[in-house]
Design a protein around this ligand. Structure first.
Ligand code: DGL
Length: 267
């Protein structure tokens, strides 16, 4: 039994392509339909109610593409809308929080984990909840880093302005004594190099993209939803508004290949 329907992946914009990259590497036979809400990005400063409404609309659009599973490639959406999406849609819904929290728990030695993300993600406390649900004694130091998304979108991946901002955001949580840091935003894997440079000591970095891809693999296997080898899956990218320069930044940094971008206006 094989299922060639696409995996529907969505994000507030382009950052979720880091999850697509991890999915392409891990599950090369799968077809992927990616939808980025470039018309309304960023979600990070918005209220949970607004993000939930947007998430249901995007997931509905992907169901219209016959998605066999929904991957929420956005920490902000995953932190406030996962239960709602799971309740509204019958296909499996996989977010980035649980897989990231699980990986962080495996990585930490001193049981003190740092989490960085957008304001909405940090305000939701979703990582703390997921971490404490597994281990009540775990210590968590979180920090919202609202300026990192615009710096990444400007392509300043290797720049001292970005390095200085990273240090400013990380100093307090490093001083707390974390030994593991969750990159709780789908843009941040693009800054792995800069973040690793900024850390003066050995800190384990947990990337939500790779851990999410592993969770998708497990779910597809469990529910017999895998596409058959040996065909290489296709990647379609659709956006709710015209792409800006960040699409080129992400495509180059991730070395992703896809054809024409489809414009998918909001209903
Ligand atoms: N994709 C969002 C996330 O992972 C970051 C961009 C935004 O604020 O919409 O949290």
């Amino acid at each position: 039994m094989s299922d060639s329907r696409p995996i529907g992946v969505f994000d507030s914009g382009i950052g979720g392509l880091t999850v697509v990259k991890a999915l392409r590497d891990l599950l090369p036979n799968e077809n992927i339909f990616y939808l980025g809400d470039t018309a309304r990005v960023p979600y990070g400063p918005k209220s949970p109610e607004t993000v939930q409404r947007y998430a249901v609309e995007l997931a509905g659009m992907l169901m219209g593409k016959n998605a066999k599973a929904l991957v929420v490639a956005c920490n902000t959406v995953s932190s406030v809308a996962l239960p709602l999406l799971t309740q509204k849609f019958t296909v499996p819904v996989i977010g980035v929080i649980e897989p990231g929290a699980r990986a962080a728990l495996q990585a930490t030695r001193n049981r003190h984990i740092g989490v960085i993300g957008t304001r909405a993600t940090i305000r939701s406390g979703a990582y703390e909840k997921a971490l404490r649900a597994a281990d009540n004694d775990i210590r968590v130091s979180s920090r919202a880093c609202p300026l990192l998304v615009p710096l990444i979108e400007e392509g300043l991946l290797d720049d001292d302005v970005t390095d200085r901002m990273i240090m400013r955001y990380l100093e307090p949580i490093l001083a707390d004594g974390i030994d593991t840091l969750v990159l709780g935003c789908t843009h941040y894997p693009l800054l792995t190099g800069a973040i690793a440079r900024a850390l003066k000591r050995q800190i384990m970095l947990v990337d939500s993209a790779q851990n999410c891809a592993r969770a998708v693999e497990e779910t597809l296997d469990r529910q017999s939803l895998r596409a058959a080898p040996p065909t290489r899956g296709e990647l379609h990218v659709a956006l709710t508004d015209a792409a800006d320069n960040f699409l080129n930044v992400a495509r180059d940094a991730l070395q992703l290949h896809f054809g024409e971008i489809e414009l998918q206006p909001l209903p």
